[in-house]
Write a protein that binds this ligand. Structure first.
Ligand code: HEM
Length: 210
């Protein structure tokens, strides 16, 4: 998986992202996976505590199943985890935190996700979202974070085929160990990651689900 970013402009929102991913058809994960970030205009010189994320995950050719996750620190453990899954045409999310390789706990810090655009079809679900207080985390005194001014992040991803249990209640989902690939990867940020339009884009994040 390349750490060099691919810059995309999301067709629905016009937001420009640095992205990293696995192509649909590659062996690491069925259906492919893409994660991307857009950052505040000064984030490559001054550490940001928020970003706009682009998450495109695979449902393995079955509508409304599967879930995917991103580790904002790289490993599953001791990192802020974001889990996302489709249900009845919406995309639900839950911040989680794990100290071991078991079902992650609900994150107790103050990260906030609001949606800008959400698309669910038979094969993929795609979420564009604002993630505030997501780049520094604190789970009961265990802290960590990302330094955007380093122009390099370590991230992790996972995908899974089964839908979570209790899908419309993010704090009470149940799930099995992910079964459609996982990886830790280095994510270089280039100059296109930070954008003067960030504030205008972030203002479009007006939807919370549920
Ligand atoms: C890796 C278990 C949920 C993110 C792993 C590994 C295990 C595991 C055993 C290591 C596998 C290996 O190295 O072969 C579980 C179980 C879960 C769960 C039992 C729930 C019941 C999650 C969730 C996320 C996540 C919700 C993110 C939102 C990751 C990532 C890795 C990983 C990024 C790869 C990096 C690493 O090895 O630390 N998981 N996991 N996991 N998991 Fe999970």
């Amino acid at each position: 998986q390349a750490s060099t970013p691919t810059t995309i402009t999301d067709a629905k929102t016009g937001i420009v992202f640095n992205t990293w991913g696995i192509a649909n058809g590659a062996s690491q994960t069925a259906g492919g996976f893409t994660f991307g970030v857009a950052l505040p205009s000064n984030a490559l010189t001054t550490d940001a505590d928020e970003f706009i994320g682009y998450l495109q995950c695979s449902s393995k050719d079955v509508t409304n199943t599967g879930w995917c996750g991103v580790s904002l620190g790289g490993p599953m453990t001791n990192s802020l985890l974001l889990t996302a899954w489709p249900s009845s045409g919406s995309i639900y999310t839950s911040f989680r935190y794990a100290t071991g390789y078991t079902m992650p706990d609900v994150y107790t810090g103050d990260a906030k996700l609001s949606q800008i655009s959400s698309t669910v079809n038979a094969t993929h679900f795609t979420l564009v979202f604002r993630c505030q207080k997501c780049l520094q985390w604190n789970q009961g005194g265990q802290t960590g974070g990302v330094s955007t001014s380093a122009s390099f992040m370590v991230l992790g991803w996972v995908q899974a085929f089964p839908a979570p249990g209790n899908p419309t209640c993010p704090s009470q989902i149940t799930m099995q160990q992910h079964d459609n690939g996982m990886s830790i990867f280095g994510a270089q940020l280039d100059s296109k990651a930070a954008n003067p339009s960030y504030s205008a884009w972030a203002a479009k994040a007006t939807t919370t689900v549920p």
